[in-house]
Design a protein around this ligand. Structure first.
Ligand SMILES: [Zn+2]
Length: 371
């Protein structure tokens, strides 16, 4: 039986970007409340862990010293560093008091999940607070301050592990791709809405890695309005074959749910049905698995999607109807979606052709898909 764990505790939703920012801490609290309402943790096969803070040395596995110092000083309200130099300011990456602490707690949660898996204590560990895939070594980007994914992948490489990274957020996983663009020891695969239509404007089929890393960065960009059927089909053509070719020791995944049809930031039209099918495929291809959260900005969707993802990871079945304690607080509802955006036949046809064309190009360019 699979042994699974979640790393999630209240430090992670005590400090936030502010009420008007999409990355609301409430998302994590609700996910925690829904998982505990389902009694998802039996303490043996399925365990809940609290986070810890990442140390400065751990942050330096990926981030530059200057940037770590800048985040610390800006977080305290000091004036010694110029915010714009590190891409902080109004908009996506505001400065707020305690931002160093919360960003370091998030990386700490990912490191704890990693330790649980690499030590063999569990087969899969999930840190819903993580998945900060846009952060760079020396600057913030797209709501992300420290890149927990790049930090844990570096810690895995230091242990001699071969790592595959799978990113299903609606946005391209640009920070992680860039961090490992030159190496063949990490395979990065990002499936996302095309950069022609959405932030960060990157992640095209032609971007396949550099030097010995060529063929080890894979991007599958999809057209707006891509739905469950087309997404699941396209994912299946690319991701499982690549993972079986690469033979990773461990899979790291970013499980953003901003692909959902109700999400205010993305333009894909997935439901929890397509999302969970993809999560199941990752599970089937992953020898050991560290899963992180990511985007997902509709608070009624994210806790449901991540609870369903954890039910797959841990091999548990949760009743679709919300448990009474959760329903009392947030209203009655179900884990899965019962409405659906009803993609028109012409739209489906266009999105499928777009995906098929991208897959054809990948088959030409990526050795792992030429088998
Ligand atoms: Zn996103």
């Amino acid at each position: 039986m699979t042994k699974a764990a979640v790393v999630l505790s209240e430090e992670l939703w005590q400090i936030g970007h502010g009420e008007s920012h999409p990355l609301r801490p409430e998302r994590l609290q609700r996910a925690y409340e829904l998982l505990t309402a389902y009694e998802a943790f039996d303490g043996h096969h399925s365990r809940l862990f609290s986070t810890r803070s990442a140390t400065r040395d751990e942050l330096l596995l990926f981030h530059s010293e200057e940037y770590v110092d800048a985040v610390q000083s800006l977080s305290r309200g000091e004036k010694s560093h110029t915010p714009s130099r590190y891409n902080f300011g109004a908009g996506d990456n505001p400065i707020f008091e305690g931002m160093y602490d919360i960003a370091a707690w998030k990386v700490g949660a990912a490191l704890r999940a990693t330790e649980l898996v690499t030590s063999g204590e569990v087969d899969v560990a999930f840190s819903p607070a993580g998945g900060m895939h846009h952060a760079r070594s020396d600057h913030a980007s797209g709501f992300c301050i420290f890149n927990d994914l790049a930090v844990i992948i570096h810690s895995m490489l230091a242990q001699g592990l071969r790592v595959a990274y799978v990113d299903i957020d609606v946005h391209h996983g640009d920070g992680v791709q860039e961090a490992f663009y030159d190496t063949d020891r990490v395979l990065t695969v990002s499936v996302h809405e095309s950069g022609h239509f959405i932030f960060p404007g990157t992640g095209f089929v032609q971007d396949t890695g550099r030097g010995v890393g060529r063929g080890f960065s894979v991007n599958l960009p999809l057209a707006p309005y891509t739905d469950d059927d087309v997404y699941v089909w396209a994912f299946e053509q690319v991701v499982p074959p690549l993972l079986s070719w690469f033979e990773p020791d461990i899979v790291v995944s970013q499980l953003g749910i901003d692909t959902h049809f109700l999400d205010p930031l993305g333009h894909l039209t997935l439901t929890t049905k397509g999302y969970t099918q993809v999560v199941r495929m990752i599970k089937e291809s992953a020898p050991r698995w560290v899963a992180l959260g990511g985007g997902g900005y509709e608070v009624s969707v994210m806790p449901r999607a991540w609870t369903m993802a954890y039910s797959i990871m841990s091999g548990q079945e949760f009743p679709d109807q919300f448990p009474p304690s959760y329903a009392e607080k947030y209203g009655r509802g179900t884990l899965s979606d019962h409405s659906n955006p009803n993609t028109e036949a012409t739209t489906k046809d266009i999105t499928r052709r777009h995906a098929a064309k991208a897959i054809d190009t990948l088959r030409e360019k990526i050795p792992g898909l030429r088998q």
